[in-house]
Design a protein around this ligand. Structure first.
Ligand SMILES: [Zn+2]
Length: 83
């Protein structure tokens, strides 16, 4: 008797947030970025960064969305490959 395997149980799992792979190197220079020192912001916050034209760097500094702060930490938008 053949038996179809049921699909992997997804109901009940809290998989609402997809894992976003981090960009760990500066794509321009190829140099590694330092590890974040602040928690990863929520996606809605990232969207706000774009709207406001100012983003939080991975050490908490305020930077332009496509720039790196003076400590070498990129904006979260860069880190998460959003822009
Ligand atoms: Zn900084």
């Amino acid at each position: 008797m053949s038996h179809l395997h049921p699909p992997p149980a997804s109901c009940g799992d809290t998989l609402e947030e997809e894992f976003v792979p981090h960009v760990t190197h500066d794509p321009d220079t190829g140099l590694p970025w330092p590890a974040p020192t602040v928690p990863e912001p929520e996606f809605i916050t990232l969207a706000q960064f774009i709207i406001e034209g100012a983003a939080e760097a991975t050490d908490g500094c305020l930077v332009a969305p496509d720039l790196v702060c003076r400590h070498g930490h990129p904006s979260w938008l860069l880190r998460l490959g959003v822009i």
